[in-house]
Design a protein around this ligand. Structure first.
Ligand SMILES: [Zn+2]
Length: 154
């Protein structure tokens, strides 16, 4: 979504609201370069992406499902809804730029984690405990200890 004023490609979502029926989303955005605000009416983007689950099952990528998982992890934490939406936006942009249309669910999980880490450490751990499917508490503890090594590379 480019800024209508200066055409800069990086904007952040200030507010997001579902429009009734199938009309999509109404969003207030702010340009990260010139700072001007504008409103967009966005259709819900359907990304043609296949997610490969750990079981080998293949599912269609589902933004709502991903957002719900992040919402759960952020329950009662001070993470704004728009920050979660921006996080998913950022991941979707990455996913759209990939050459393949298949991705492992664990890879998406890692992409979320590397970003969630910067937003809220407890939400990060909650998300990890669900997404990474640790065999025992010790494996989880090791993961938490190692998590400082996580970079934004994903
Ligand atoms: Zn601008």
């Amino acid at each position: 979504m480019n800024c209508p004023y200066c055409n800069f490609g990086n904007t952040s979502v200030l507010e997001s609201r579902d429009l009734p029926g199938e009309l999509g989303l109404r969003r207030r955005r702010q340009c990260k370069k010139c700072g001007k605000r504008f409103t967009t009416h966005e259709n819900v983007v359907h990304i043609d992406l296949k997610v490969i689950k750990k079981s080998g099952k293949v599912e269609q990528y589902d933004r709502e499902k991903l957002l719900k998982g992040i919402n759960k992890a952020c329950y009662k934490r001070k993470v704004e809804q728009v920050d979660m939406e921006n996080l998913v936006d950022e991941i979707e942009t990455k996913l759209l730029n990939r050459k393949t249309i298949e991705i492992k669910s664990s890879d998406i999980g890692k992409m979320v984690l590397s970003r969630l880490y910067k937003l809220d450490d407890l939400a990060y751990m909650r998300f990890a405990s669900v997404y990474m499917d640790f065999p025992n508490a010790a494996a989880f503890q090791k993961f938490v200890a190692d998590s400082k090594k996580l970079t934004i590379k994903n």
